[in-house]
Design a protein around this ligand. Structure first.
Ligand code: COA
Length: 218
């Protein structure tokens, strides 16, 4: 969807930015890893297919995606944005007649960044964004039965198990968003800042005189 095409969300350790064509090569590299394919139940794609996927995530009204950037690294304009990428997070509206029900997906793709609280922070940020900007009232996650870390993380957010598929070897967890949860999410995320992505990119580059006119925009 296009709602977040110029949105930068600033957390404590990360920035969430819209998934652009510039991010695709690094994303494609990640998804060549058989470990990540297994953990995220993804099929390998060619680079061209990955560009098509990026366009579909941008244009389809039922999908919203952000790339997760290392905030500290991004603050140094000598690093290309691709070098600051650590993962992604998605919301997918799964009920054609009810846009308040969403599947949530998260990936901290860089192994060195796992286990440092980023997964929790990003999930929290995306839940806040989904509830306040997209009107989500129910989240669902599908997780491989072997993926104990992810199951533990979502249970910490009070997701509860609704079904197990022996065929797909995955568990489905859900979380309904009531007023109390909404208030709690907002309170815990009081540090969350929303800024204009393109302006933030420009000021980052003008700090060192880098030319961003060649930066591809979708
Ligand atoms: C699952 C994933 C998003 C978690 O993110 P993360 O940044 O590694 O996790 P965090 O450091 O934020 O920790 C979140 C919770 O996960 C659990 N966890 C994290 N590392 C763990 C480990 N090594 N062993 C067991 N549980 C662990 C804990 O419950 C932790 O909460 P706590 O710190 O309060 O105890 C991340 O590991 C990842 O993307 N892995 C690869 C792709 C994937 O599995 N995606 C999910 C598909 S459904």
């Amino acid at each position: 969807m296009r709602i977040n095409e110029n949105t930068l969300l600033e957390g404590k350790q990360v920035f969430l930015v819209p998934y652009n064509a510039d991010h695709v090569p690094r994303y494609h590299q990640w998804m060549c890893s058989s470990e990540l394919q297994k953990l995220t139940a993804s099929e390998p794609l060619t680079l061209e297919q990955e560009y098509d996927m990026q366009r579909s995530w941008r244009e389809d009204d039922d999908k919203c995606t952000f790339i997760v950037l290392d905030k500290q690294r991004w603050a140094d304009p000598l690093f290309q944005e691709q070098e600051c990428m650590v993962g992604d997070v998605n919301i997918f509206l799964i009920e054609p007649n009810d846009p308040s029900v969403a599947e949530l997906e998260i990936m901290i793709a860089e192994p060195n960044y796992r286990g440092k609280g980023l997964g929790k922070e990003v999930t929290h940020m995306m839940m806040c964004y989904g509830v306040t900007k997209l009107g989500i009232r129910k989240f669902e996650v599908k997780i491989g039965l072997d993926n104990k870390v992810s199951i533990a993380m979502f249970k910490k957010f009070n997701f509860h198990e609704v079904s197990v598929s022996e065929v797909f070897q995955e568990v489905t967890l859900e979380l309904a968003v009531d007023e109390a949860l909404r208030d709690r999410l907002m309170e815990d995320m009081s540090f969350l800042q929303e800024r204009e992505y393109h302006k933030a990119q420009e000021s980052r580059h003008t700090a060192t005189g880098h030319d961003v006119t060649n930066a591809r925009r979708p």
